[in-house]
Design a binder for this molecule. Structure first.
Ligand code: NDP
Length: 448
């Protein structure tokens, strides 16, 4: 059994079993390209069929969500929860509300979450969920009715010791509050079943900032290993959501200059840099007014490029923080040609495989999201701890813990990804370091 464990043969079988799930294929390929050679050197994993088990979710739950819009029309969406792997802790991972949501995207996210959560060193398994619901353009009441309908089914499948969802694209503080309120109503329990909650009902300080801050910390570690730092560097950031904005804040605090932000309609280029005051405006624009990034260009009289991504702008450091596959081969080539020395992913799988190849070939430092954006789930883990012990830690303590966790993740990646020439392949490092802990736990449980 498993005689031919080549990457090609394995992928052939995986694609056959999961037809049409292109994002899931991509995430698995990126992983097994490093994991299979490692497994061949460590045959006990091969004999136990670990890689075959790891690429099959524990279970996927798909359900109908019915709600009524403000005009009295009945709307139907599809809800999901993919419980991927609970070898090292209860399922943990975000919920995404976006019209593009499908099983392939949630399986890719759940799969990557397995290694990300393992890298944090905290006891968290992996899951991901969401719906093909578009919160954009909906009233608060419509979003509330959708969230309540969604949780009415999801509540059967989650719990503080089994599965603890959080936010992701389209699911921020407003949505988490509606979801938590409904869970509490249905179960008559006040438990830490969701993370990313508001401070009034069990949320953690720094959780909102954690993914973006963590991404900047990871970049600082990568540069530090080469005797450099963010200070004085020109940076491009994509997206203008939770991850992008707090990544921008931390880069600025560390002395870097962020010159771009984007949304799905285009990007702004502000050569003066996006300082704290301008960032406060974007936060208000995006979270309160729910407006478009083009309005920044009007307010601060800078350039706006409709329908374009920011990767053609000259920079030292790049931070893709919007969505999957937003940085393609030609974008990577532009970045390299313009002298970009390091890329740290805030989003999940924003760079295509071809783009990563370009970075590796040019010896650009490249941090994959499963390592560099782990700060969000790490602070979610700390939120769970605070809920269990019924305590709240201060912001300084939490930011210190986050920074330490990102340092440790960087160390593990560097340890497993360092080549003979000193160049660190962080993709390989994250894959191998993330794999070992989960694989060893699965081995310990026997055949299951
Ligand atoms: P938000 O919903 O807060 O923001 C998403 C941003 O990305 C928006 O600016 C959005 O623009 C843009 N975007 C979404 N889809 C596209 C697209 N197809 N093309 C271009 N831009 C797009 O989400 P988050 O900031 O929370 O998440 C961003 C990324 O970070 C995702 O990949 C997510 O999985 C990942 N991540 C998030 C974590 C978290 O803690 N929130 C943790 C770890 C990873 P628009 O408004 O126009 O849609």
């Amino acid at each position: 059994m498993y005689d031919d464990l080549s990457v090609e043969h394995f992928m052939e079988g995986l694609i056959k079993r999961n037809p049409g799930e292109t994002e899931f294929h991509q995430a698995v390929y990126e992983f097994v390209a490093d994991a299979i050679p490692f497994i061949l050197e460590n045959p006990h994993y091969r004999k136990a069929g670990i890689i075959q088990r790891m690429t099959e979710p524990d279970r996927t739950i798909i359900f109908r969500v019915v709600w009524e819009d403000d005009a009295g029309h009945i709307r139907v969406n599809r809800g999901y929860r993919v419980q991927f792997n609970n070898a090292i802790g209860p399922y943990k991972g975000g919920l995404r509300f976006h019209p593009s949501v499908n099983l392939s995207i949630l399986k890719f996210l759940g799969f990557e979450q397995t290694f990300k959560n393992s890298l944090t060193s905290l006891p968290m398994g992996a899951g991901k969920g969401g719906a093909d619901f578009n919160p954009k353009g909906k009233s608060d009441r419509e979003v509330m009715r959708f969230c309540q309908a969604f949780m009415t089914e999801l509540a059967f499948h989650i719990g503080e010791h089994t599965d603890i969802p959080a936010g992701d694209i389209g699911v921020g503080a407003r949505e988490i509050s509606f979801l938590f309120g409904q869970y509490k109503r249905l179960t008559r329990e006040f438990t830490g079943v969701l993370t990313g909650k508001s401070l009034e009902f069990g949320g953690s300080l720094i959780r909102t900032e954690a993914t973006g801050y963590g991404n900047a910390f990871f970049m600082e570690e990568m540069l530090g290993l080469q005797g450099m730092s963010i200070s004085g560097k020109t940076c491009t950031v994509s997206g203008s959501g939770n991850v992008a904005l707090y990544c921008t804040e931390k880069i600025t605090q560390l002395g870097g200059k962020v010159v771009t932000l984007s949304d799905s309609s285009g990007f702004i280029y502000d050569s003066e840099g996006i300082d704290a005051e301008k960032l406060a405006y974007v936060l208000e624009l995006k979270t309160v007014q729910r407006g478009r990034i083009s309005e920044y260009a009007k307010k601060y009289d800078c350039e706006y490029y409709a329908g374009k991504r920011p990767w053609g702008v000259s920079c030292d450091l790049a931070f893709p923080c919007a969505t999957q596959n937003e940085l393609e081969k030609s974008d990577a080539e532009h970045l390299v040609a313009n002298g970009c020395m390091a890329v740290s992913e805030g989003a999940n799988m924003p760079s295509t495989m071809e783009a990563i190849e370009v970075f590796h070939k040019a010896k650009v430092l490249f941090a994959p999201g499963k390592a560099s954006n782990a700060g969000g789930v790490a602070v979610s883990g700390l939120e769970m701890t605070q809920n269990s012990i019924r305590m709240s830690w201060g912001a300084e303590e939490l930011e210190g813990r986050l920074s330490e966790i990102m340092k440790r993740i960087h160390q593990k990646c560097a340890e497993h990804g360092k080549g003979d020439d000193g160049y660190v392949n962080y993709v390989k490092g994250a894959n191998i370091a993330g794999f070992i802990k989960v694989a060893d736990a699965m081995l310990a449980y026997g055949v299951a």
